[in-house]
Design a protein around this ligand. Sequence first.
Ligand code: NAD
Length: 298
Amino acid sequence: MNFNNITVAGSGVLGSQIAFQTAFKGFTVNVYDMNEEALGKAKERISHLKAYYQKDLGVSDDQFDEGFKRLSFFSDLGEAVKEADLVIEAIPEVADIKTAFYQELGKVAPEKTIFATNSSTLLPSQFAEATGRPSKFLALHFANEIWKNNTAEVMKHPGTDPAVFDSVIDFAKAIGMVALPLQKEQPGYILNSLLVPFLDAAEMLLIKEVADVQTIDKTWMIATGAPMGPFAILDVVGIKTAYHIVKTKAEATGQEELTKLADLLKTEYLDKGKLGRETGEGFYKYPDPAFMDQDFLK
Ligand code: NAD
């Protein structure tokens, strides 16, 4: 399978990053979104990426602009996918919106077109039928700040054609990603299957008052050689996200410790504007967090 023309559907946070990175690596990219207003925002978002590509990758103005020139913008789905070899879907994480989108896409896309979803939490088998071409459908999941956090988790559903899977792995590599194949469907892919239980365990140690934040992080860092402990990672993820996850679980299970943890995150962090790294303070204070201190590991 030869991929030349790529369409990215949904040009929000992740869609605009995927679209630009793909164009930057030499592919012709059509960006599709609902209307001109959304596309206008996408152009702005992509222009803002320039500073990051310059700072993080040392890219010149010209190199960035060359990438930008390979992008075209569409609010008509049929036009956007007319020649697409691959459509990467990055529309909202709402099952009904995705199902309706795939039903429409399946009708207007050429037979050859492969579809990939960037969904973080929904499994591809949920939409396979709606695509009308289950064997040409799979998940291709990127991380935020794709140009430097360059993982691409490529995940089959039971009906994905192995040749399609292999070709999407090759494509991910061609756009500068480290491709990580998942042979079976797994909620949370590899990263979140590891990370979420790890962070949960750290939060439980804290709320049960087994140890404080710094002792927990220090233990992990010294014992494994990792550069950050779980609470430093939570500061990067953002305490708002952590709070929403804990609160949802607390409501679903009624578990007392989870309720206590949700209250702690709200009163001690969110209400005080300590949202994590993005606001300069969470479990640690930035830009010089204690865990980076030379004496922290002593
Ligand atoms: P977002 O809300 O920033 O962007 C969604 C975009 O889709 C918007 O531009 C919106 O106008 C557009 N849209 C809405 N309905 C549409 C439709 N029917 N057809 C076409 N476009 C439509 O969302 P996001 O954060 O970029 O997330 C998009 C997908 O990527 C989700 O599935 C999410 O799980 C996944 N994802 C997000 C992140 C992240 O860190 N934000 C990371 C990995 C994966």
